[in-house]
Design a protein around this ligand. Structure first.
Ligand code: AMP
Ligand code: GLY
Length: 431
């Protein structure tokens, strides 16, 4: 075990700001670098202008700066094989990278792979079949055996846009043809998973694993659509709450026994090297958990609600993963409720302008301000993306946590700022 570590964090969103804060808070962190980071991550370390997907450039940086550990935020470097790149390079292979191998990242990188994996390991999920262009007619027939709404998923990564939910059969057939025949989602849509629609409430469950041992981190609820009442276009996420009232002990026991254990055991049985985070998107269907999707990373904005609740030293947690000693770590969780409200640029998830000054960032009391799409311009912080800030407050009750985050959202200003006004309201009705 090293006294202190130089750490390189990959990514640039609100999730990475939350990671940067947790890593930098540890007395075990020597220098923290973030590639490429944002104006918020720069409060906790040094941003470096290297793309997380430029592996040769990462190698040069890691060697020149004596990096001891790499923590990966987003999915694309993982799906592109950053872990394998390090493991196969004689100069890098001793440096742990927290994240799954390319094979493990297929849990997110290929819907067909993840559905087949769940089937092989008897993990509860929606019934499905997978089709390519040469099987288009069979795809139409399969759709005919299902009832509306119809769920079509592009197999590969499609920047969160590859899932279509359609109310009528003709439309579903047309979309299937557009995906398979007309490359609607490019290469990502060369295979399409068609699955049964699941009706229920979603919850995001996060697992940290060293390949053998695992810890279930605090769960969260995400608010995906742009408008109040979960209406309108899908976004990267407009808010989050952790914990989730319906994910009680009984429900989480089912999740652990039926989903988490067989997932970890299944990866090991298939000799897939997987360390790091598994994000399980679940549907609670009448009290029974079914997997909607796996992601090979933490969620955004869920991370901004989950990480502030983890009291265990975060560098020690990452080191335990790398050394495959996660069983020796005690997970300490803040019992308070975290509520996160995301402020976005007006127009998002469609077209929006960037470059507006953000004011009053330091006038929000004890609310944590995580930067997502921001940049530093001289003394000013300016908007630099669709999702701009994630505001997280902790309190004894959900009402109090929401009140603090919404007060912060009212205080912070930038032109054309927008945020949902109903984060957590559905959960308040359940308590
Ligand atoms: P995914 O990218 O697989 O998470 O899908 C995006 C969103 O589509 C999910 O968060 C769900 O809200 C919804 N969704 C995906 N699959 C299903 C399904 N089988 N039944 C109902 N909703 C689904
Ligand atoms: N908030 C959902 C995601 O990170 O995919």
């Amino acid at each position: 075990m090293l006294e202190k570590l130089n750490i390189l964090l990959l990514g640039s969103g609100g999730r990475e700001h939350a990671f940067a804060r947790s890593l930098a808070m540890s007395p075990r962190c020597s220098q923290l670098f973030i590639a490429p980071g944002n104006a918020g991550t720069a409060q906790h370390g040094t941003n470096v202008d290297v793309s997380p997907n430029d592996f040769p450039a990462l190698k040069i940086f890691v060697l020149e700066n004596e990096i001891d550990m790499v923590v990966v935020g987003p999915e694309d470097p993982l799906v592109n094989g950053v872990v394998d790149f390090f493991a196969e390079d004689p100069q890098l292979k001793h440096i742990p990278v927290i994240g799954p191998s390319k094979a493990g990242a297929q849990l997110e990188g290929s819907k067909d792979f993840s559905k087949a994996f769940m089937k092989r390991h008897h993990i509860p999920t929606a019934g499905y079949d997978t089709f390519t262009f040469s099987k288009l007619e069979e795809g139409y027939k399969f759709l005919g055996t299902l009832t509306a709404p119809y769920v079509l998923k592009a197999d590969g990564l499609a920047a969160g846009k590859g899932v279509l939910i359609l109310d009528n059969l003709e439309e579903a057939k047309q979309e299937l043809k557009a995906m398979l025949g007309d490359s609607k989602f490019g290469k990502a849509g060369e295979k399409v998973v068609i699955e049964e629609f699941l009706s229920g409430i979603e919850v995001s469950v996060f697992v940290l694993t060293d390949g053998v041992n695992y810890k279930i981190l605090p769960e969260a609820k995400d608010y995906k659509r742009i408008g109040d009442g979960d209406k309108g276009l899908n976004t990267g996420g407009m808010g989050a709450v952790s914990p989730v009232p319906f994910a009680d002990e009984r429900f989480m026991r089912k999740v652990e026994e039926r989903i988490v254990k067989p997932t970890i055991a299944g990866l090991a049985a298939e000799k897939i090297d997987y360390i790091g985070f598994i994000f399980i998107g679940l549907m609670n269907v009448a009290g029974e958990p079914l997997v909607i999707e796996y992601n090979c990373r933490m969620g955004d904005p869920e991370t901004e609600a989950v990480l502030p609740r983890i009291q265990t030293d975060f560098v020690e947690l990452m080191e335990a993963v790398a050394e495959r000693k996660l069983d020796e770590v005690q997970l300490q969780i803040d019992s308070r409720i975290a509520a996160t409200v995301v402020m976005v640029s007006g127009g998002y998830p469609g077209n929006y302008e960037k470059g507006f000054s953000i004011t009053n960032l330091d006038k929000v009391g004890d609310t944590l301000v995580f930067h997502a799409g921001t940049a530093q311009q001289g003394k000013n912080v300016i908007t630099n993306g669709g999702r701009v800030l994630a505001l997280t407050s902790l309190a004894e009750t959900l009402e109090a946590a929401l009140e603090k985050s919404y007060a912060a959202a009212k205080t912070i200003n930038f032109d054309y700022a927008y945020y949902r006004k109903d984060i957590g309201q559905d959960l308040l009705l359940m308590i």
